[in-house]
Design a protein around this ligand. Structure first.
Ligand code: XIL
Length: 569
């Protein structure tokens, strides 16, 4: 060791290099950022245009050396990013996200859907109320365009999004405690489902949050709100909605029951959810540093508390006003040493086992990775009722992906002879458990004894890709279905087969023979898992008690039994 040190100092150049290396490690190495990173925690703060652009002395250095997460505080809000309908302005948010990336920091997306009148553009709020309000379909479509455009713009770059902001309205009189916002009133409760689904489709790698104030569990008078958030999250998860976390805004006063907050984090963790402290400011910070210490400890003792984010760096620019004394740096941009110290000490003392657990948990991919069953080939034809058979050619064989079993079958290699030249029909069929069969006709054009094609466009000449051209005539199919998937009527074709659903599926047959007298649900081994012989109506709801999986629904009318395949997601 001695030898090495002597060697290192043997030239002035080496000495200088070492000096600079040590001093830059000191600058970053002792910052809150380093301790947070060691604990597997995103320690972040928002940056608004007023703070970020003028770059008050030391602002950006503090941002990048003390924090490992930053994001636009206001500029991704609806009113700023889509001021004009369908026209998106990412100029400012891009600069903050680029800054974060250049400094190896994570980002949050704040926020997609919020009720706040002042944070939405006039073109949108003008028709929230009044004589000509948006229809459900219009507002869903506005929401879809907004979420899809904004989330797609940052696909793979923003790690967590506040999809719904402040959607709880204790006292609004909604049975489930939802805020009776225009989104809820016009679209319905499922605006939440839709928003999460749209965001997940746009970036399946992003963690999606429901962000709320007063739901943290900090004081007893807010326990009702805390429980409302919990119950909502539970219902969304039960429906398979891709929600991954709860945001605790944490705009706190002098008293904070951090024990209750920690217990709430733990309970949400038991649902598999992350918790992020998203907008923290605490009154009288200078005098009450222990509030920060205790809150930090509440987060550190829960592996699912993955982000700890303050609403700004310094008191001068705090939205609460500099009198609040709410942040870690004071109004002259000097760090409050007592607060800084308790935060550093808490993070340095973080339990390494929990930190390791947090890192592993944070690395898990957002659920679900495959929200709807995907077919094996790009040439999928969905047929009404029983058959939807994507086909492809693998080597010289025809490959069939069966939607009945979910299996892939290599079928046969057509061996055309000279006399086969022309179009020939092949049939593929499969029967499961003696209950249901799938049969499909494939027309294949043979142009020479050794080559065969399918005629895709009906011009009599073969095309390369083999594709389903005819479906077996269905015996009965679902004409209308309310599947619990928020937007099935506007976004999905009802002919999708098998019929996916989340909670339960409401079905009606397509023909006049629509008095349903009984229903049986079977699993793929033919075992009855649900039965109802009491019904005598044209609609029926099934599947509420099923676990995830593929089933056969046999729906009996006075004439005959129809079958259709359903998938609980
Ligand atoms: C605040 C910003 O800090 C202000 O600059 C803006 O004028 C209004 O919004 N809950 C939220 C944040 O989710 O977006 C809010 O931010 C604070 C309350």
């Amino acid at each position: 060791m001695q030898f090495k040190i002597q060697n290192l100092f043997s030239s002035k150049l080496n000495f200088l290099c070492l000096f600079f290396a040590i001093s830059s490690i000191t600058a970053i190495g002792q910052g809150l950022r380093t301790y947070a990173t060691e604990a597997g925690l995103n320690f972040g703060t928002m940056a608004t245009i007023q703070q970020f652009r003028p770059n008050p002395k030391g602002y950006k250095d503090t941002l990048s050396t003390q924090f490992n997460m930053t994001f636009p505080g206001n500029e991704l809000k609806f009113k700023n990013v889509e001021k004009e309908r369908g026209v998106f302005n990412f100029a400012y948010s891009d600069s903050v996200i680029a800054f974060a990336e250049a400094h190896g920091m994570k980002s949050r997306g704040h926020c997609l859907i919020w009720h706040s009148f002042s944070q939405n553009p006039a073109w949108l709020t003008d028709r929230w109320y009044g004589t000509n309000p948006w229809s459900r379909a219009e507002l869903l479509s506005i929401m879809k365009t907004h979420i899809t455009s904004v989330v797609s713009h940052y696909k793979g770059r923003i790690s967590e999004w506040d999809v719904i902001n402040e959607g709880i309205g204790i006292g609004d009189g909604h049975p489930n405690g939802l805020r009776k916002s225009p989104w809820q009133s016009i679209i319905g409760d499922d605006y939440i489902d839709s928003a999460f689904v749209y965001a997940h489709r746009a970036d399946p790698t992003a963690y999606l949050y429901f962000n709320e104030y007063g739901g943290e569990g900090a004081i007893a008078s807010e326990y009702a709100k805390r429980d409302t958030v919990y119950n909502l999250a539970k219902r969304l998860l039960a429906r398979g909605i891709p929600i991954h976390g709860i945001g605790f805004e944490a705009h706190f006063g002098n008293y904070v029951n951090t024990g209750a907050i920690s217990a709430n984090m733990k309970k949400l963790g038991e649902l598999g959810l992350r918790v992020s402290i998203t907008e923290l400011d605490m009154m009288n910070t200078t005098n009450l540093p222990n509030n920060w210490k205790n809150l930090m400890n509440a987060c550190l003792e829960n592996y699912n508390c993955t982000s700890f984010v303050t609403w700004g760096i310094d008191d001068k620019t705090s939205w609460m006003g500099s009198d609040c004394g709410c942040l870690i740096w004071d109004s002259t941009f000097v760090r409050k040493s007592a607060v800084y110290k308790v935060l550093s000490d808490a993070m340095k003392a973080a339990n390494p086992n929990i930190s390791a657990q947090r890192k592993a948990f944070a690395a898990q991919l957002p659920y679900p990775q495959t929200p709807l069953p995907k077919a094996a080939t790009p040439t999928i034809n969905y047929c009404q009722g029983e058959t939807a058979v994507p086909l492809s050619v693998v080597g010289s064989k025809l490959r069939w992906y069966s939607t009945l079993t979910g299996n892939v079958y290599d079928l046969f290699a057509p061996t055309p002879s000279t006399k086969d030249v022309g179009t020939k029909s092949y049939f593929v069929s499969q029967t499961i458990s003696g209950l249901e069969s799938q049969r499909v006709e494939i027309k294949i054009t043979v142009t020479a004894p050794t080559t065969w094609y399918q005629d895709l466009d009906g011009d009599g000449k073969g095309d390369q890709m083999v594709k389903l051209v005819a479906c077996a005539q269905p015996t009965g199919y679902v004409k209308e279905a309310s599947t619990g998937i928020n937007d099935i009527s506007s976004d999905n074709n009802l002919n999708v087969y098998p019929l996916p659903f989340k909670e339960s599926v409401m079905i009606r047959l397509n023909n006049g023979d629509n008095q349903i007298v009984g229903v049986r649900i079977l699993n793929l081994s033919g075992v009855t898992v649900e039965q109802n012989d009491e019904v005598n109506k044209s609609f029926i709801s099934v599947g509420a008690g099923l676990s995830k999986g593929v089933y056969i629904a046999l729906i009996t009318t006075s004439n005959k039994t129809y079958s259709t395949r359903i998938v609980k997601l």
